[in-house]
Design a protein around this ligand. Structure first.
Ligand code: AMP
Ligand code: MG
Length: 396
């Protein structure tokens, strides 16, 4: 369809509207979900010495099958006191340093100890070096553990903490304002009169952003009045990096976001995307803030937030790879061909197979409650049978 921007082009233009925010130093306790600004290099070998992987006895492999004299103990957290010589064994525990002279650990289940006398009762270690973690098998000093722009997941935090770093340099979190528009909207939970509906998009967007590195203000709401909207946009732009409006993005007489953005001194960068739902998406700037105007229909708001808002937040917070990952799985049922816009069908992925949900009207909220994937159907895609492969994005 002419005049509509392809999704990838729109994503690229949106991310180009503003550079990632400057970095800041934070502690490990605050870093979950943030993006590293620099490569995290190992400052130490891990392990820093040969360590025992089991509770048992450190011995010389050539002394098998024993017996041995136990000459002391090596426990985690201290250096072993002495060297293991011929026919000697040292009691050792998981994580403790293997004493010089020893090259193998026998697990305690394979031996019997009587005072300082140790005899083999089980099979013993089959190979030299058994149950020993060699120095630097996890990583060596100087290795790049996490490239810049990596999301600090719990596992990445573990590696960063083990690296020897004391603090982490991460991208600053964007300050985000959510602004709903519409005379019909009432805060969820409040009494409704004829024609009014609960605002479901603010709590939905707040929840989508809760797992992201963003500082989200309490949502604002304005009636469909261009002058009030323009004033609020101007005000919010002074204190936020991103303003997300919801509703009022289309061509109706009561859709004021584009007009208000211009009245407030902002500029539109693009409007209207070749996607369904979500065609009337708006992107622009007002002062230093990026304005993202999502359409108001709940499914449209959800899909455009997934494809544009979350990548924008991740990009500003320093992500190397801010766009949603695209996966591929077989269809559980046949799927009609695509039309003039790319579809993002609310779908369920179960046992590795994708089923588009019944109810793809963008005004519906219930399918959002059951969907765990957005099934991507390209412009003019041919019809597909069950079992054919399809692209999708995982949604939470
Ligand atoms: P609009 O994008 O303003 O034309 O709104 C499209 C549809 O979405 C209308 O039916 C609105 O009532 C509905 N809508 C707009 N904003 C919200 C919201 N925050 N929560 C739930 N529904 C909304
Ligand atoms: Mg509206």
């Amino acid at each position: 369809m002419s005049g509509l921007l392809p999704v990838e082009d729109a994503q690229a233009r949106l991310l180009a509207l503003r550079n990632a925010l400057p970095p800041e130093k934070i502690s490990f306790s605050e870093c979950f979900g943030r993006y590293t600004s620099d490569d995290i290099l190992a400052q130490r070998d891990q392990p820093a010495a040969q360590l025992s992987a089991m509770d048992g006895y450190a011995i010389r492999f050539d002394d098998l099958p024993g017996p041995w004299t136990v000459i002391g103990e090596s426990a985690a957290g201290a250096a072993p006191g002495r060297t293991v010589n011929a026919s000697e064994a040292m009691r050792i525990f998981t994580g403790a340093i293997v004493p010089d002279g020893a090259d193998t650990v026998i697990v305690q289940e394979d031996v019997a100890a009587d005072g300082t006398k140790l005899t083999l009762t089980g099979d013993g270690p089959g190979t030299r070096g058994r149950h020993i973690r060699a120095r630097a098998t996890d990583f060596a000093a100087g290795d790049c553990l996490l490239p810049a722009g990596t999301r600090l997941t719990p596992g990445a935090i573990a590696a960063a903490a083990m690296s020897g770093a004391d603090q982490l340099t991460v991208g600053r979190r964007p300050r985000v304002a959510i602004l709903t528009t519409g005379d019909e909207l009432v805060q969820a939970g409040r009494a409704l009169t004829a024609g009014q509906i609960p605002d479901s998009n603010s709590p939905m967007l707040s929840a989508m952003l809760a797992g992201e590195p963003a500082i989200v203000s309490l949502p604002h709401h304005v009636r469909d009045e261009r002058a009030i909207l323009a004033k609020l946009l101007k005000d919010l732009a002074r204190r936020h990096d991103v303003i997300v409006t919801v509703g009022g993005a289309s061509v109706g007489d009561h859709d004021h976001v584009r007009g208000a953005l211009q009245d407030a001194g902002g500029q539109i960068d693009f409007w209207k995307i070749a996607m369904r739902p979500g065609k009337p998406l708006i992107a622009g700037r007002i002062g230093d803030a990026v304005l993202l105007g999502l359409p108001g229909n709940p499914s449209s708001a959800f899909v455009t937030a997934t494809l544009f808002l979350l990548p924008l937040i991740r990009h500003l917070a320093g992500a190397r790879d801010p766009l949603p990952a695209i996966h591929r799985s077989p269809l559980a049922i046949a799927l009609d061909g695509g039309g003039g816009r790319r579809d993002y069908l609310r779908a369920r992925l179960e046992y590795g197979r994708l089923t588009p949900l019944i109810g793809q009207d963008s005004g519906m909220t219930l399918p959002l409650a059951t969907a765990n994937a957005l099934l991507i159907r390209d412009i003019a895609a041919p019809p597909r049978d069950a079992g054919a492969m399809a692209d999708y994005i995982v949604i939470a």
